[in-house]
Ligand binder design. Structure first.
Ligand code: COA
Length: 169
């Protein structure tokens, strides 16, 4: 058995058994994710314990724009004064209940950040943005350095520069 993170393949992965405890995140992977992947709205990566094809966790990535007015002042003053700046949205991230609290959330989050960092060598992205579903999810992301946007407490960002510094240590 090998933990593997790969693009969602509806012919291969078992989406129907995924239960994270959040209906919206569960319905997304069961019903919407494959269409969004096909239409290039989001990429959807799944964690499986290969050769088992049940989904242990998943996350999505897509392009995003951030409004510079909503960034904290200390970060905003380091970026060009364009009204909108390029970013990457980590739109959804969820771990199946059976596997929660076992490091799988951290594993997929780090994988997503590494993937964003790699992609920025081709297409620039100033930060990774996440939309937390509740206060608990906010605490999870804050543990990894994400900070809330001004006026949007459930929306957080992590500057790509900080990701690069952490992975290059
Ligand atoms: C939140 C979630 C992604 C965390 O994944 P997980 O696999 O349970 O978390 P991990 O075991 O990898 O924990 C990693 C670290 O985050 C901490 N953590 C986990 N869940 C947390 C939470 N809800 N609040 C604060 N910290 C949390 C853990 O204590 C651990 O820190 P430690 O190593 O210092 O103990 C997962 O519980 C989940 O999918 N929940 C339902 C959906 C959801 O809330 N998604 C959030 C994105 S919107």
């Amino acid at each position: 058995m090998t933990l593997t993170i790969e693009l969602l393949d509806k012919k291969k992965h078992n989406r129907s058994a995924f239960v994270s405890g959040n209906d919206s995140l569960d319905n997304y992977i069961r019903k919407q994710a494959s269409q969004e992947l096909k239409k290039k709205v989001s990429t959807v990566f799944v964690l499986i314990d290969s050769p088992n094809v049940d989904i242990i966790a998943y996350y999505t990535l897509s392009s995003y724009m951030v409004d510079v007015a909503n960034l904290n002042e200390d970060f905003a003053k380091t970026v060009p004064r364009y009204p909108l700046l390029p970013a990457t949205l980590l739109g959804r991230l969820a771990v199946d209940q059976t596997y929660q609290g076992k490091g799988m959330g951290e594993l997929v989050l780090i994988d997503a950040l590494k993937r964003v960092l790699e992609a920025t060598s081709q297409v620039a992205s100033l930060a990774v943005v996440v939309e937390a579903i509740d206060e608990k999810a906010v605490s999870f992301y804050q543990k990894y350095g994400f900070r809330p946007f001004l006026q949007y407490p459930l929306k957080l960002y992590l500057p790509t520069k900080l990701i690069a510094e952490n992975f290059n240590d």
